[in-house]
Write a protein that binds this ligand. Structure first.
Ligand SMILES: [Zn+2]
Length: 279
């Protein structure tokens, strides 16, 4: 990177920090300046007019919980780590299996048998040693979701179970923690962002939990389809953390990759929603 460009980013970062200082009543300390290493590492996103130093500092201060280190969790965690999200919790209680490897890009053949959360965390630390990665070898249930959300700025639900999805939605609504939901099966999927109390939640969109829904092991899934949906989830996460673009809120994006069609479906908040109706 040229000295003039590096100087530009340094000035931009200082200006952002100063502006925050000027408006801050007693509050958190100002964000640290970007180091030369950070300026080089993030240069291709820093140069985006929508991004810049302000967004970089925002993600560097963020804590994000990624639920599931599988087909969706892999691209989500990789892109968030690459983008410089300061603290990433990666949560999964499964071990790596041979049948995972065609779509779960954080795990390699020598990882078979290893806990997925640990396997994922090791790769993410290789990718970006400047962030904190915390593996959690637990499963989210209705009774532990609230504790797991403590201190999180955002949750990205990459689980493959409807029960988990509804439990995470309820916990995020109760704690008012923004959430990105998604699911993938075969060559299709959907993505939805939720700002609890402000936009429709997952249960507003899908009030009744599906019973006997087909599972990945039975219906199958193509690796790149999971990659597309997971990448969309990661993009939503970065939008919610920084505000650089509107998230897919008050609705969801339905993705049919066999037909190469994307459909935006609008959803209204429901006053009788048991998760967000009272917010
Ligand atoms: Zn709702």
């Amino acid at each position: 990177m040229s000295n003039s460009r590096r100087g530009f980013f340094r000035e931009l970062a200082s200006a952002v920090a100063s502006a925050r200082d000027a408006t801050a009543e007693p509050g958190p300390p100002p964000p640290p300046d970007l180091t030369d290493e950070e300026i080089a590492r993030y240069s291709r996103q820093l140069v985006l007019p929508e991004w810049g130093a302000a967004a970089q500092l925002a993600v560097s201060e963020a804590s994000v919980l990624v639920i599931g280190a599988g087909a969706l969790g892999a691209p989500v965690a990789l892109y968030l780590a690459g983008a410089g999200v300061g603290r990433i919790g990666i949560l999964d209680d499964d071990a790596v299996e041979l049948s995972n490897l065609h779509r779960q890009l954080l795990h390699f053949t020598p990882d078979i048998g290893a806990p997925k959360a640990e396997s994922a965390a090791a790769k993410l630390r290789y990718l970006n040693p400047g962030i904190v990665v915390e593996p959690y070898q637990v499963r989210v249930e209705a009774d532990n979701a609230a504790a797991l959300l403590e201190g999180q700025d955002l949750v990205v639900d990459c689980s493959d179970s409807f029960a988990t999805r509804y439990a995470v939605n309820a916990a995020c609504c109760a704690a008012r923690v923004p959430l990105v939901q998604a699911g993938v099966l075969g060559m299709s999927g959907l993505v939805m962002s939720v700002k609890p109390g402000r936009t429709a939640c997952y249960r507003c969109a899908f009030p009744v939990e599906p019973q006997d829904a087909p599972r990945c092991a039975d219906a199958g899934v193509l690796g790149p389809a999971a990659g597309v949906i997971g990448s969309l989830q990661a993009l939503e996460a970065l939008k919610l953390l920084t505000g650089v673009a509107p998230a897919i809120a008050d609705g969801f994006l339905q993705v049919d990759l066999a037909a190469a069609e994307f459909l935006r479906v609008r959803v209204r908040r429901r006053g009788d929603c048991p998760d967000c109706g009272a917010l």
